[in-house]
Design a protein around this ligand. Structure first.
Ligand code: 9WO
Length: 252
């Protein structure tokens, strides 16, 4: 799949595309990322890409015209019969979740528009943006970090990217529940407040007991912190009789 990223700060992307376990997906072209520096599409001598808002008020607005020109070049370069969706990363958008990431990880990619300043001229959004996506209810200084979050989430789902093919099937959210806690060496962690052991079941070698313990930890954590996810799992019918028995013993 191919992602075209329109941004004033292309240099923010390089370190993330060339390091870590997702590097394989980016360098193999499984997830092909092309960067389009918006400054290159400004038309006047000052390479302006922003201006003051009509109606007054603080801050600057990203101009529609450089964005339109950039998008026209992206479309030429992609040369698709079915144009890829144009995505704007904005807190006004639909929240990205793991279900959406899974869909995008299997799709053709998209054109990601990263806003800066106080916002983007609404006429560009109305005319050219297909979907507005958010990573959460908070405001950043631009859409680049959310775009990188989407790229990272999609890249790690590509075949062969995670060393252990199963590890993403065990992630938080893969079953719609929060992840269980993880432990590694030493068995007894010495600290100034005493010695902290690993939960004994994990050392027992009883795989069914370990699986049940992990499932219960996930259920308990999810019930405590994200009761909305428990309700959604019930609605999907993905909780077993044993799960329900455990949850009712918790009085949740
Ligand atoms: C900022 C904003 C604040 C309150 C209500 C709506 C809003 N929209 C935007 C907006 O689109 N901002 C543009 C991109 C320009 C300023 C910096 N930008 C931005 C994107 N800040 N925060 C995000 C963002 C994107 C995705 N998920 C969370 C935050």
């Amino acid at each position: 799949m191919r992602f075209d990223v329109v941004t004033l700060f292309p240099e923010l992307f390089a370190p993330h595309l060339t390091q870590g376990i997702t590097r394989r997906a980016f360098e193999s072209g499984q997830v092909d990322v092309k960067l389009w520096p918006l400054r290159d599409f400004a038309d006047n001598a000052y390479r302006r890409v922003d201006d003051r808002p009509y109606g007054g008020g603080p801050g600057m607005v990203m101009l529609a015209e450089p964005l339109q020109r950039a998008l026209a070049k992206v479309r030429e370069a992609r040369a698709e019969s079915t144009p890829a969706p144009v995505v704007l990363l904005t807190p006004t958008g639909h929240r990205i979740d793991q279900a959406l990431v899974r869909e995008w990880a299997a799709g053709p990619g998209a054109v990601l528009i990263c806003g800066r300043y106080e916002g983007v001229d609404q006429r560009f959004i109305d005319r050219r943006v297909d979907i507005e996506l958010s990573v959460g209810d908070f405001v950043l200084s631009g859409g680049e970090l959310p775009a990188l979050m989407l790229l990272d989430a999609v890249a790690r789902l590509q075949p062969g990217v995670l060393g252990d093919e199963q590890s993403h099937q065990q992630d938080s959210f893969s079953a719609g529940l929060l992840d269980c806690p993880h432990y590694s060496r030493p068995e007894l962690l010495q600290a100034d407040d005493g010695a902290h052991p690993v939960p004994p079941v994990l050392l027992s070698g009883h795989h069914a007991d370990i699986a049940r313990w992990r499932r219960e930890q996930s259920l308990r954590l999810t019930a405590e912190r994200r009761p909305d996810l428990i309700a959604a799992a019930r609605a999907r019918g993905t909780l077993s009789v044993a799960d329900e028995r455990y949850l009712s013993a918790l009085k949740l």
